[in-house]
Design a protein around this ligand. Structure first.
Ligand SMILES: [Zn+2]
Length: 179
């Protein structure tokens, strides 16, 4: 039990330090990403060296947002000359999606917290079912929350077509990244 509390405290301190760090921390990263502008800020990325530490080459997406709704564009990747189809949404729609992913990520994180708390409060070494449910439930809640946090981070109202359901941003050698 002590190591769970210790690990939780260590993660909490690390997250706090990262959030507070003025250079290279959370706020610096948010500034780098910026707000939703009239022109998509996110760029088309081509994996020039795929693998665990992928190196991406980024190119500006040379289309303007529609005033309302969304528009479909065929982009030609300047690296491999392949056509990548994408949907570009109006700024209002992009902001709404960013907000939605943020709320879902927070809900997932709260679910994680509640399950851990519930598991600790009701801890009973005899009750294997409760342990399995709270451990697996909290891990799943954390993973789902992380997925929504990633979607929130990368949301700029642009999506690529043809991506896998669970990682819709990654289409073959391409993805979307902020510069
Ligand atoms: Zn390419």
């Amino acid at each position: 039990m002590v190591w769970i509390i210790g690990a939780g405290a260590a993660i909490g301190v690390a997250v706090y330090a990262w959030v507070r760090c003025p250079e290279g921390g959370y706020r610096a990263a948010l500034r780098r990403r910026g707000t939703v502008e009239d022109q998509p800020r996110i760029q088309l990325a081509h994996a020039i060296r795929p693998g665990a530490l992928t190196i991406w080459e980024l190119h500006v997406i040379p289309v303007s947002r529609p005033a309302a709704g969304s528009a479909v564009h065929d982009l030609v990747c300047p690296v491999c000359a392949k056509t990548v189809t994408c949907t570009v949404r109006a700024a209002a729609a992009a902001r709404t999606r960013r907000r939605l992913w943020f709320i879902l990520a927070v809900v997932g994180l709260l679910g994680f917290g509640v399950l851990v708390w519930w598991g600790v409060v009701n801890f009973d070494p005899e009750n294997g079912v409760l342990i399995v449910v709270t451990v697996f439930g909290s891990v799943i809640a954390l993973v789902v929350s992380g997925g929504f946090a990633d979607a929130w981070w990368a949301e700029d109202g642009v999506s690529l077509h043809g991506g896998p359901r669970l990682r819709p941003r990654y289409v073959g050698q391409h993805t979307l990244r902020f510069p």
